[in-house]
Design a protein around this ligand. Sequence first.
Ligand SMILES: [Zn+2]
Length: 317
Amino acid sequence: MHCTTLRAALITLGGLVLAATLVHGRTFAQNAPAAAAAPQTDYSKVQEISTDLGHGLYVITGAGGNTTLEVGTDGLIVVDAQFAPVYLKLKAKIAELSSKPVKYLVNTHYHGDHTGGNADFAHDGAVIVAQVNVVKRMQSPPPGANGQPGRPAPAEALPTKTYTDRMKLSVGGQTAQLIHLADAHTDGDTIVYFPTANVLSTGDVVSSQSYPNIDVAVGGNIDGMIRGCDEVLKLINDQTKVVPGHGHVTDKAGVRTYRTMLVTARRLIAKEIADGKTEDQTVADMPLAELDKQWAVSGGPFVQRFPRLVYRSLKGS
Ligand SMILES: [Zn+2]
């Protein structure tokens, strides 16, 4: 039986409040900031919504990062697991789209809004797949933004199939190509390309509607984010459907626009550093005010943090 009463513990991350929730008697710590704008998500109100991308590919949105589903004739590949408390809803939505079992769950990186459902997927028979650094980060996550220690994920939530640079997964008639992007959003980022449907899932290296998070504490870096976008742009064409970690499905033009924002932000923050400004002085100067008009409109926890994360990237701290 699944526990229907969810006990939420609050974790505050630099003004952002997230929920770590007990499901099936296991505690899932959300070590990393999520893109959820609400101070505390009421998971009972979350709806899982699917969009058909063609050729057996779907994007499913619920609570946490976007989930991508690839349907093969004998099994399914799922990319990203959302937050733990919505697992049963996500499972039900996947079952609506295919009766086949989930063979692989790919984590694009270690953050809790992409790995929260790991243990439940594994319990139901999926093999958890990720770049090798994800295991390390889930076992010993960095402290939260407010300095509180990170909480290690339970053993059953850890990826058991790992790779270093590239890996291919197959389910009947369909493949998924996993490509590692170094030191971008984290040190363990994976993008997943589905050639049959010409769909690319980028995890949090690409964001379509708001500033991204950059997890500087684990090697994430603005320059790596820009390089990551370059690799994405090399890989895709004008017809590719791009599923970002958060936000609506976008395309090559959307990735170009996003990359331009990253490059502009980097230049503006680098100028503040060259002028001898501290991080707080840089934030007070509001060098990104023009970019904010497009990229800060949706609010969210990273709007205030983004200039700080770029600053820290460039300072190498
Ligand atoms: Zn993330």
